[in-house]
Design a binder for this molecule. Structure first.
Ligand SMILES: NC(=O)c1ccc[n+]([C@@H]2O[C@H](COP(=O)([O-])OP(=O)(O)OC[C@H]3O[C@@H](n4cnc5c(N)ncnc54)[C@H](O)[C@@H]3O)[C@@H](O)[C@H]2O)c1
Length: 308
């Protein structure tokens, strides 16, 4: 690595500006010293760094994403890596984990990941210890894994209740319980939970899904309140229908019952379907210092779904 943060800048002039822009940004060794003081922010060196090495929003952060192999989780893993984070995914779909690792390798990114079911204590423990060994620490935990069920309430079984609660609420409890102690030791940590518009706008035929997400949702807000003064931020993302396997299957299932039966129905509620990358951008905001005073918040990513 070069001399980031070391050395003083020479006084700027047009010639040095021109010279600096002629240097190919192959490595930071060839770059001029990184500006050290506020005065230096106006220097040619600052100009050079901002052009060739723009500050990444998650530089050197470490992130664990559950349910990170597909859909929103994968889009988030990708965006976070582009923003300088080291990312580890835990997902119960082994093939999807391997496929995403390959996609990252093609781009030159190193993605850690393993197949684990985080709805079980053993799976969550495996995900945590492997991620922690690989990353060294976990700065950001994104509790994204979850499942849905579309079924009339009176047809729902006790086993389905347990399955939904395990995957949507218990998984987040298990993972947070494992990661939070080390965040508290460092006095800093960011937790992000994927909730749903269903916690506000209850959806037809999704009583168990809404109940399990609501349990997780309020647990996250309580965690934010409990640990605010120890450097922990804990926030919720509440998407409406997103173009993922989960979202498309949900729409299909609802349609099979004659609910939200046409494309026009989804458009009436939220204009169009949401793209996974649009949710990932919100996760990036919450993971980065840009949201330093955002804590215990529920961010609805729903294009007015819950506003009407
Ligand atoms: N897609 C939507 O319309 C929508 C809307 C609101 C909320 N959500 C939430 O988003 C999450 C679903 O993500 P998506 O939309 O990207 O769908 P997706 O199906 O593309 O991805 C979900 C991923 O989570 C993994 N997963 C599920 N349960 C797991 C477990 N117990 N352990 C490990 N991995 C597990 C799956 O294997 C899958 O790779 C859920 O929490 C869901 O409640 C989705």
């Amino acid at each position: 690595m070069g001399t980031i943060g070391k050395g003083r800048s020479a006084s700027p002039n047009l010639w040095t500006t021109w010279r600096l822009t002629q240097i190919a940004p192959v490595s930071t060794d060839q770059a001029p010293p990184f500006p050290e003081s506020r005065c230096d922010l106006l220097s040619t060196q600052a100009l050079y760094w901002s052009i060739f090495y723009p500050m990444k929003r998650l530089e050197s952060r470490t992130v664990l994403i559950t349910g990170g192999a597909k859909g929103v989780g994968a889009a988030t893993a990708w965006l976070f890596a582009e923003e300088g984070a080291r990312v580890f995914i835990a997902d119960r779909d082994a093939a999807a984990v391997e496929a995403l690792k390959k996609r990252f390798a093609v781009k030159g990114y190193d993605l850690g990941g393993l197949c684990a079911d985080v709805s079980t204590a053993a799976g969550a423990e495996l995900a945590y210890t492997t991620a922690n060994d690989s990353l060294g620490k976990i700065d950001v935990l994104f509790n994204h894994a979850g499942i849905m069920l579309v079924k009339p309430f009176l047809d729902c079984t006790l086993a389905e209740w347990d399955e939904l609660m395990d995957n949507n609420a218990k998984s987040a409890f298990l993972m947070t319980r494992l990661v939070l102690p080390q965040m508290l030791e460092r006095g800093k940590g960011t937790l992000i939970f994927t909730s749903t518009t269903g916690v506000r706008a209850a959806t037809h035929l999704e009583a168990l899904y809404c109940a399990s997400k609501a349990a997780m949702h309020q647990m996250a807000r309580a965690i934010a309140v409990e640990y605010r003064d120890q450097g922990i931020r804990c926030n919720l993302i509440c998407p409406s229908f997103v173009r993922t396997q989960h979202g498309e299957h949900e729409i299909e299932q609802l349609r099979s019952y004659g609910v939200f039966a046409s494309e026009g129905d989804v458009n009436a509620m939220q204009g169009r379907i949401c793209e996974p990358e649009e949710v990932a951008e919100v996760a990036l905001f919450l993971a980065s210092d840009a949201s330093s005073f955002v804590n215990g918040a529920e961010i609805f990513v729903d294009n007015t779904f819950t506003a009407v």
